[in-house]
Design a protein around this ligand. Structure first.
Ligand code: B1M
Length: 224
């Protein structure tokens, strides 16, 4: 199998939700290797984890989103694609997490209240951790109280908010306001597909990053 083929097959597994060889879904891929086996094979064949992530997994999710927008697939298919993406990410995670031992600081991250999307947030968490930060991941559907409680347990942490929906991005406004009113010294960085620098300015967050590397660059700029 040539290199392009292997990445394309991983892309296809995530696009159609083929988790592993044993999975009987989707029927047209029954008996074939899935995201699990092919990601392992790609790593053994020398592919860089970032190549698999950017040219396989993220491209697949773009296709899934496009098909959903065009009503060619529905929520269950998006979920099964997310499951296949996670089966692949399990293998990539150790590479992104093997950062320096000495920590640069603490980073609390969560997907905001009302929002259940966690793939992008997990990637940011993984890559920030790999860049030498201690990451406290609060999960999805996180409201201001949970962020404040975590801040009180983790002194001087930077807070990251992720949102994927045009509706839930507006929950960032309240969360930023409530955190800042209790802890004005806290630095907040926001991100997620619908979020922009313009929106960051409107809601008074300190930083905006469009991708995990942007979050790392912003966080590292805070370290003296
Ligand atoms: Co949903 N969904 N979804 N979904 N889903 C989107 C986001 C959507 C764009 C699809 C579409 O219509 N084309 C659309 C939103 C439309 C809008 O608001 N304008 C949508 C919708 C409508 C919905 C539901 C409302 C559908 C319904 O029920 N009718 C529903 C909402 C549920 C809820 O949250 N309350 C819903 C549900 C779901 C699933 C649960 C089925 C599943 C999520 C599973 C999971 O996450 N565990 C899902 C999925 C998979 C998607 C798509 C297809 C893929 C999202 C994804 O993982 N992308 C998505 C379409 C798309 O994005 N193409 C879609 C890959 C990921 C790597 O990218 O998350 O953008 P992303 O993260 C990036 C950057 O944004 C950035 O870095 C990441 C890596 O580059 N980033 C940050 C993210 N957070 C950051 C934080 C930072 C910095 C950077 O600093 C703190």
């Amino acid at each position: 199998m040539n290199n392009d083929n292997l990445l394309n097959r991983i892309l296809e597994c995530v696009e159609f939700g083929k988790v592993n060889r044993d999975a009987s879904f989707p029927p047209h891929m029954k008996g074939m290797d899935g995201a699990d086996e092919l990601t392992r094979l790609a790593l053994e064949s020398g592919f860089k984890p970032s190549e698999i992530l950017n040219n396989g997994l993220i491209k697949a999710m773009e296709k899934v989103g496009q098909k959903f927008a065009e009503k060619r697939i529905f929520v269950p298919q998006m979920l099964i694609s997310a499951r296949a993406m996670n089966a692949s990410m399990v293998h990539l995670k150790p590479y992104f997490q093997s950062g320096e031992v000495k920590r640069k600081g603490k980073f609390i991250i969560g997907t905001v209240a009302g929002d259940l999307h966690d793939i992008g947030k997990n990637l940011v968490a993984m890559i920030v951790e790999g860049a030498g930060w201690e990451v406290i991941d609060l999960g999805v559907d996180v409201g201001s109280q949970k962020f404040i409680q975590a801040l009180e347990e983790h002194n001087r942490a930077v807070v990251g908010l992720s949102a994927l929906l045009t509706t839930t991005m507006h929950n960032m406004r309240n969360i930023v306001r409530e955190i800042k009113s209790r802890h004005p010294e806290v630095t907040l960085v926001i991100g997620g597909a619908p979020v922009t620098e313009q929106f960051r300015m409107e809601i008074g967050a300190d930083g905006y990053a469009s991708d995990p590397q942007g979050a790392v660059t912003y966080l590292n700029s805070l370290v003296p």
